[in-house]
Structures are given as structure tokens and as C-alpha cells.
Design a protein around this ligand. Sequence first.
Ligand SMILES: Cc1ncc(COP(=O)(O)O)c(C=O)c1O
Length: 371
Amino acid sequence: MSHAAGAHVPFLELLPGTEELRGEIDAAIARVLDSGWYLLGEELEAFEAAWAAYCGAEHCVAVGSGLDALRFVLEARGIGPGDEVLVPGQTFIATWLAVSAIGAQPVPVEVDETHHALDPAAAAAAITERTAAILPVDLYGHPADHVALRALADRHGLLLLDDAAQAHGARLHGTPVGAYADAAGWSFYPGKNLGALGDGGAVTTDDAELAARVRRLRNYGSARRYEHVDVGYNSRLDELRAAVLRVKLGALDEWNARRSAVAERYRRELADTGVTLPTVRDGAEPSWHLFAIRSERRDALRGHLDAAGVQTLIHYPIPPHRQGAYAGEAVSKADLQVTDRIAESVLSLPIGPHLDQDAVGRVIESVASFT
Ligand SMILES: Cc1ncc(COP(=O)(O)O)c(C=O)c1O
């Protein structure tokens, strides 16, 4: 597909990915239809095994969403009311909601201005007797400072849970993100690097007991039919989604490589345009889920790009502590100046495995022509 001058450059298109794999996806769907078995079956087991192997983890438990993945890990570890969980100020609100859902207190920690990631020094300063866990986020697909956070969690005996919802395939010093933590939560929301035909999520971990508990939580607290040892939920990844995800997992590395090529071109050709480009941490291989630049004149730049037919998004315009969900709570008064500055200046450019070179060129020209 080529973009003639004046053509629209959409932020992200999902259809080309489905079309690229259409034959395999159709076959996977047909296999499930013909099996007569639609939940908690062979497709789920096969996907869980494949995703665990890809992530370098002993266990994978797939669940209904990324939010549930995070929530179930915290709950499985017995974290709840009276406990505090350190979360970054700058993230998608689901990171915080997972903590609130189990009655624990999200404690916002400032992110560092360079990487937009939870700052280990600020996290260390926020630890109290009530702190039970640290929940960093690999935002935009950039690995958080997992080496420092692992050491911090070990020093204080805290659970380290990685919100890897945006970081499928990202690595730090050659190790997949998620593997530094006690557990990682993944999202397979359709727009993610590994996206399902609908909602989905997973937990990966080396901890067999944690995995078993999450497995029960997703299925009414049950490991054996009609025996319920936990107060559980209904949050399962169905056979159709699992089968299609396994097809898409086969394309993940190739699609991430294409994202990376787009990111490299943006970084090269936008270097002198006055916008702040994303910084890659030493030893990091990002998944480039998003390409987030910063500009002091973000809204004007966004308007300029819009007029040129380039669609952009803001991740995120309102940080969690300023959302209505937390109005009236102490966190709404948190002093998160870096987070606030990011919210005012950040802008995500189109990126994806099916964004062609013409479209990338259009984006670059449009940013460069902004004065
Ligand atoms: C950083 C982050 N955490 C958690 C989630 C929640 O995932 P889901 O939408 O699958 O519940 C998302 C994505 O939506 C996310 O981007």
C-alpha cells in the first residue's frame, strides 16, 4: 500500500496484519470451530507453553486481560488492604487500577525525565513499612531499569511485578523484560505488539505456586471442577483467541524488527527537527510499541500534523493521579512534576509493522516542516 501525497497516515492499522497472516489465522479458527471445545483446552495450553518459552519463563497463565494479569499476581501474593504498591506516575491507568482493585494503595513514584520510567532512587525513597510490591512499567516498550529495581526489591524483600503490557519481545542486556521480575503481566489488547482478536492477557513467572494460584483465580478459584479453594473470578483466554495469538506469535520478531526499522529512521531523520526523541537505555532492545516524542509546542505540532493528514495520539493526556477515578484521594495531590510535564509535551507518532516507507517519510516531512 502506498500513500500518495495528501493521503492520510493513520496512527495504527490492524487489518494489514490480519491480512498478512490470513491463511494461518483462518486455519487456526477452523481448527477451533471443528474441535467443538472453546474454553480451557489444547489451544490455550499450547499458547501458554509458547509464550512462556518466548519470555524465558517457567510458567504462563493466560487470563482475560492485562489488567487482570496484574491484579491476579498481586492478589495471589496475598497483597490487599493496608498494603502499598509503588507505581510510576506516568503510565496507563490500568497499572494503578490493578492495585486499587485488590484494596491496596497505589503509591505514585516519579519517573525519570529521560526514559519516562519508574525512577529507582525515587522508589527507594518511597518505601515504607507497608510497601509490599514494586510495579514498574516498560512504557512504550522501553525496558524499565530492571537491574536497579531487582536489587531494590531484593534488599527490602518486596515483590517485583513488571507491567510488560507494551513490551512483547523487548530485552534488557539480552534478557527478555519480565524475566527480571518475580512475575510479569502482559496484555494482548488488539493494538499491542502481540494483539488478540479481542481482549486477553497473561502472567509469566518462574514461581510454580504463584502460577497455580493465578490459574485458580482466573477460573472461579478452582483447580478441580466444583472444588473452589479461592474466591476467584471468571477471566479466561478462550480457545479462538489463544489459537490466533499462537499464529501471531510466529510473526512477532519480524514485526518488531519492522517497528525497530521505523524507529531507527525516525531517530535518524528527526534528529535536527527540534523535537525530543526517545532515548534508548544502555543494553535495551525496545519493542517500539509506541514512538513518543516530546515538544514544548505539542498541541500546535499535533494540529500541524493533523492538517498534513498524519494521525497522532497522546500517551497519556491525563496522568492517573489527575483522573476522576482518584479524585478526593491523597494521591490526587501527589507532586509529580516530571509526570505532569510529560503529559503536557508528549506525542506519539504513527508506528507499526505495516507502516510503509512512504508513510514514514510523510510523517518525517510533516514534523520537519513545523516551525
Ligand atoms: C501499561 C499498560 N498496563 C496495563 C494495560 C492493561 O491491559 P488490558 O487492556 O489488556 O487490560 C495496558 C493496556 O491496555 C497498558 O498499556
